[in-house]
Design a protein around this ligand. Structure first.
Ligand code: SF4
Length: 350
């Protein structure tokens, strides 16, 4: 049960007997450490987790402990994107388990303090809990107005009830990890190399993730570094090769056509169409055959192109802001949330 549902309160009985030092240094927990790291890694890369061979033999306890190793690594990593990707992977596993073993539904729903009762047609859930966990679904059937509420309770079928439970899991897991980030400094020393690898993988993922649905280009959502470069070019100010390169790679990645990118350079007094066109085609891979990645924030800073200290942008100030594409994605998403409510706060405010 605990390997399948490691968040059950009974987990504390096992965990209370293991110190942080033991978990991260003792040979006994070597497999749990390896598997825990792989679980986080796989949540970024999407590659399946290959169980270490010894872990397969020592079985369920290693799987159970690896969940906590992964959670501690996430606390030390303190990266909202990776925390949520990991939570989503576990969320999907939870749905699978509850679909395969529906007898577990009552126990898990109670663990997340969801107020519900069994009903001959499925379940009835308290409307407050329904609202709390249904808010992430856009489908009509999750709107309160569509429900038949009877004295605060409403009927819900098993499938939808499991979906609400999964949202309760994500909310609790993310809150638990984020609320413990001050303990990250005690964990970091044990997993320095792993954290570095995960950070690099995350940067690579942000830069190359092709299913990033960036949609239509939205210039208002551009990060300050890119806006600054574009403004300088438009004012005829000469910018460095790195600045041109970063801007072209960025605009190409968010879906701007080569012709539109070219038109930005067209305002420059000494604009040479043939040379600029060649440079754009080279960076976007049309000539070179290699599509260059957009430089991450650390590279932008090293090249003197990051302007976060000048513009004092709230998003750029975040510790986890590591990539101009990540900035663009978050800014664009928060802008598209029309009339944000208290529940729908923008990422900038969080
Ligand atoms: S923090 Fe990143 S996104 Fe923001 S200005 Fe600097 S390089 Fe650009």
């Amino acid at each position: 049960m605990l390997a399948r549902y490691p968040f059950l309160p009974e987990a504390r009985n096992i965990l209370s007997g293991i110190s942080l030092d033991e978990l991260f240094t003792s040979e006994i927990y070597e497999d749990a450490r390896a598997l825990g790291f792989l679980r986080v890694r796989s949540s970024i890369t999407g590659e399946p987790v290959t169980m270490p061979s010894i872990a397969r033999e020592s079985g369920q306890k290693v799987i159970f402990l690896s969940f906590f190793v992964a959670k501690l690594i996430l606390i030390a990593l303190d990266d909202p994107l990776v925390i949520r990707r990991f939570a989503n992977v576990e969320r999907d596993k939870l749905v699978k388990s509850l679909t395969e073993v529906p007898e577990d539904i009552d126990l898990i729903a109670s663990t997340f303090e969801i107020r519900f009762r069994n009903d001959e047609n499925g379940y009835v859930i308290h409307f407050i809990d329904f609202i709390k966990y249904a808010k992430n679904f856009s489908d009509e059937r999750f709107r309160l107005i569509k429900q038949q509420v009877n004295r605060g309770w409403l009927p819900i079928n098993r499938h939808d009830f499991v979906l609400l439970i999964r949202e309760a899991f994500v909310e609790r897991f993310v809150n638990e990890v984020e609320s413990q980030k001050e303990y990250g400094k005690y964990i970091e020393k044990y997993v320095k190399d792993e954290l570095r690898e995960l950070e690099n993988l995350k940067d690579e993922y942000v830069s190359n993730y092709t299913s990033f649905d960036l949609g239509k280009v939205d210039a208002d959502a551009f990060p300050p570094c890119m806006k600054t470069i574009i403004n300088k070019i438009k004012q005829g100010i000469n910018v460095s090769h790195e600045a041109r390169f970063s801007m072209v790679a960025f605009l190409h990645k968010i879906g701007m056509s080569n012709d539109d990118i070219l038109s930005i350079f067209a305002t420059v007094p000494d604009f040479r169409k043939d040379i600029t066109e060649y440079q754009i085609k080279h960076i976007t891979g049309e000539i070179s055959g290699k599509e260059y990645s957009v430089p991450k924030c650390a590279t932008m800073q090293a090249n003197g192109l990051c302007v976060k200290h000048v513009v004092k942008d709230k998003l750029c100030e975040k510790k986890w802001m590591t990539h101009p594409l990540l900035y663009y994605k978050i800014k664009k998403e928060s802008k598209s949330k029309k009339a944000p409510s208290k529940q729908n706060k923008s990422a900038e405010e969080q």
